[in-house]
Design a protein around this ligand. Structure first.
Ligand code: PGA
Length: 250
């Protein structure tokens, strides 16, 4: 059985005080009997403080990005060792905002995936098509290409220590969620691609859905056979709503 994972991507939001309040309220709301694993991804500068609040809790800490290089003259970048050092267990790689706004290519995303695993971090590999690509009937091709770029470098075995997140770009921050069936179709396709290489890993790898997940739609999304939780942006900034989404994952 795959343990569901609900991850909050705070993006570039919050302040020290707001984050502390968000984390504390969330910790108060989460119930030990809920089965989903919960993870939050604050901005880099808040990782350490958030991590200290999460110490000795079951809530995991993740970063929103990572440098593909291990150490050196890379102004403005943050390495996997640094993320590990401040308590991260996870890191997002290939989020569509990184791909679209900061020019991250499939090849760079694959290197970031490797850099994360080299430090024992679990990469959350984000894949997803734009609206234009979906309307052109290219969803499978685009998602498969993004996945294969990582598999070509890391091999399918690396997915035993990773998470995949399907995030259709047209659903991120737009309020327009993929229907459970639309999401399930892509999740099943991703799992089938992995299964063609390794059936055991395909059965165990968690595939999260992201893109306007809310308390009101989480349950029906998470009920789909190949949806193993969510990567939640906007709704993760509201502790009550995020907790409801965690509850919906089981
Ligand atoms: P959203 O963001 O939930 O605000 O659509 C999801 C994400 O970008 O991870």
């Amino acid at each position: 059985m795959r343990k569901p994972l609900v991850a909050g991507n705070w993006k570039m939001h919050g302040s020290r005080a707001e984050n502390a309040n968000l984390v504390q309220t969330l910790l108060d709301l989460l119930k030990p009997e809920w089965s989903a694993e919960v993870m939050v991804c604050p901005p880099f500068v808040y990782l350490w403080e958030t991590g200290r609040m999460l110490k000795d809790t079951d809530v995991a800490l993740g970063a929103q990005s990572i440098c593909a290089e291990a150490v050196g003259a890379f102004t403005g970048e943050v390495s996997g060792a640094m993320l590990r050092d401040v308590g991260c267990g996870y890191v997002l790689v290939g989020h569509s905002e990184r791909r679209q706004l900061y020019g991250e290519t499939d090849a760079l995303v694959a290197r970031k995936f490797v850099a994360a695993q080299a430090q024992g971090l679990l990469p959350v590999l984000c894949v997803g098509e734009t609206l234009e690509e979906r309307e052109a009937g290219r969803t499978t091709e685009v998602v498969a290409r993004q996945l294969e770029a990582v598999l070509a470098v890391s091999g399918v075995g690396a997915l035993a220590k990773a998470v995949i997140a399907y995030e259709p770009v047209w659903a991120i921050g737009t309020g327009r969620t993929a229907s459970p069936e639309q999401a399930q179709d892509v999740h099943a396709m991703i799992r089938a691609k992995v299964a063609a290489l390794d059936a055991t890993i395909a059965a165990s790898v968690r595939i999260l859905y992201g893109g306007s997940v809310k308390a009101s739609n989480a349950r029906e999304l998470f009920a789909m056979a190949d949806i193993d939780g969510g990567l939640v942006g906007g709704a993760s900034l509201k502790a009550e709503e995020f907790a409801q989404i965690c509850a919906a994952a089981g």
